[in-house]
Ligand binder design. Sequence first.
Ligand code: NCD
Length: 360
Amino acid sequence: MKHLIDPTDLTKQETDEIIALAQDIIEHREKYRDSLKYHKLATLFYEPSTRTRLSFTAAMMELGGNVLGFSDAKSSSVSKGETVADTVRVVENFADVIAMRHPLEGAPYVASQVARIPIINAGDGSHAHPTQTLTDLLTITRELGHIDGITIGFCGDLKFGRTVHSLIKALSRYRDVKVILIAPDELRLPDYIKRDVCDRQGICYREVHTIEEVIGELDVLYMTRVQQERFLDMEEFERVRNSFVLDCEKMQGAKEKMAVLHPLPRVNEIKPEVDSDPRAAYFRQVENGKFVRMALIYSLLKWKDDPEHQMPEHPVYFEDSSIRCRNSKCICNSEGVRRLYRKTETGAIRCIYCDNLAGR
Ligand code: NCD
């Protein structure tokens, strides 16, 4: 059985298969219309979402299946203090696959440890958002025709933006991808991604402070919203909230074929005047999200009993109750889960659930 908690839970080949299947679904929609008849998807959304939840729902409906779940944790037993693990043990009796969004990092991983059905991470805190990554990979493929060899600029909140973290991880498996990080100092990409993903996988990256200085080099400009809800310090949020705004004047410096992506919702980081530019791909990206989720749900259910499609071996981990994860938003600091860690090549200790540093 396969879960999708982190983009690298899928092999590169499985990822490419899902992107190809999504393209086949786009071309032959009627062929897939009843393919998941009598199957059920449970959407467990403990955090607000519009497009991700609706896109999962629409995807399952287009495959002929049904959807149940909640979009507000207050209306579920969670408000009575039920743990994620227990909720999953209950819901798996009612559904064939679960999509979970949670503000605590590592919550979908905890779910996958106990579940007998596939779990899909629909976003956990600032950590990961692998189905947005599949959406982004499909969008880049459809807009540019290829992923290998692209230069991509990530702009905005690279610290808290989980879509950025997951996409960089996935891109590290393609050939000759160059990454340019455009962010104020306060919102720079976390060190663990720079070290574990970029340095180790040999992704070529550099950090700059303005869109203008690099826009002419880019094949993809990936804009993001400053994630107000994840700031612990509101003064810091006020300082950086208007850091980067894309407008038509800046677009004049871009390549004729550059694609502008944004996971949405946007606040003010892309002026509405850019929407009519043919290079603005963010609303096409939303539609791609539905097709790629159709391909994902279809594949996870097809692979369920296939020994060829199992979860990858995770890095060797150890249990130590005297060590604490330093991330206050990690599930291990809120629910009674086993304290599991891994040692990195440099000797640092990282939490299994959220990848953050841990110590005594
Ligand atoms: C993103 C998310 O939830 O992380 N949105 C999405 O899934 N489409 C980006 C965001 O909230 O800024």
